[in-house]
Design a protein around this ligand. Structure first.
Ligand code: KIV
Ligand code: NA
Length: 268
């Protein structure tokens, strides 16, 4: 069956069919997700998850392209969306187009994602009109950690609701096919998802069950990350599984029980 396309998400939203999304950075995990997810995001969270960085700011376009190529090779069905890393799209809509076009040309992915609301509506329209489907990302936008003053849940303060609604409306109207809503309090997330002015599919992460779909960082929901935010549910405990397997391996090598005869090439 063909891949999910960016335009399909509008249909899922209209049908009230929840959109299933997760992140992936490599081929083997992506191939498992491909059987269950509509959307696989190659997120710039790979900076933290794969490389142990403190934030997503140092992530480069080359890092994104390399992992997106791996995810494309491991999948056949899901829509693969690639994050535009910090510094690759903000300077101008032309810069954004050149970076995004490079991502699509070199990976074959179906869409890109960029962080930002109303101030990037012009960029979203520029890309969309030139053949690049754009997923927006509003609320807690990790690339803005230095100006936000930390990773802060959005929507508590006076004026937040109006601002976030305007962010969602502006990029939806500019042609974004979906919007990641991250770290947004429930009443505000509900207002955005229910707004007739927001036709883009809303994908929540820490933004309540009111969104049209959900996304989590795979390693967080698998219980592999060493720490995860409050909004993450651990659907697995991979860290414990890996720990136990590595411990058993070390013990068997030490005691000489591994490799056994069945793991050994006999003489001819
Ligand atoms: O980089 C990422 O993983 C993301 C998701 C959390 C939405 O942007
Ligand atoms: Na991201």
């Amino acid at each position: 069956s063909r891949r999910v396309r960016a335009v399909d998400l509008a249909k899922f939203k209209a049908e009230g069919r929840k959109i299933i999304a997760l992140t992936a950075y490599h081929a083997h995990t992506a191939s498992i997700l491909d059987r269950h997810c509509d959307v696989i995001l190659v997120g710039d969270s790979l900076g933290m998850v794969m490389h142990g960085l403190e934030s997503t700011l140092p992530v480069t376009l080359e890092m994104m392209i390399l992992q997106a190529q791996a995810v494309m090779r491991g999948t056949a069905k899901a829509l693969v969306v690639v994050d535009m890393p910090f510094g690759s799209y903000e300077a101008s809509r032309e810069q954004a187009f050149l970076s995004a076009a490079r991502v699509l040309k070199e990976t074959g992915a179906g869409a890109i994602k960029l962080e930002g609301g109303a101030q990037f509506a012009d960029t979203v329209a520029f890309l969309t009109r030139r053949g690049i489907p754009v997923m927006g990302h509003i609320g807690l936008t990790p690339q803005s950690v230095n100006t936000m003053g930390g990773f802060r849940v959005q929507g508590h303060k006076a004026g937040d609701e109006a601002r976030l609604l305007e962010d969602a409306r502006a990029i939806s109207e500019a042609g974004a096919f979906a919007i990641v809503m991250e770290g947004i309090v429930e009443p505000v997330a509900r207002a955005i998802a229910a707004s007739g002015a927001v036709t883009a599919a809303t994908i929540g992460i820490g933004a309540s069950a009111q969104c049209d779909g959900q996304i989590l960082v795979l390693e967080d929901m698998l219980g592999l990350s060493d720490r995860a935010p409050k909004f993450v549910k651990a659907f697995g405990s991979l860290r414990d599984h890996i720990e136990a397997a590595v411990e058993a391996y070390a013990e068997e090598v030490r005691s000489g029980r591994f490799p056994a005869e069945e793991h050994t090439y006999p003489p001819r």
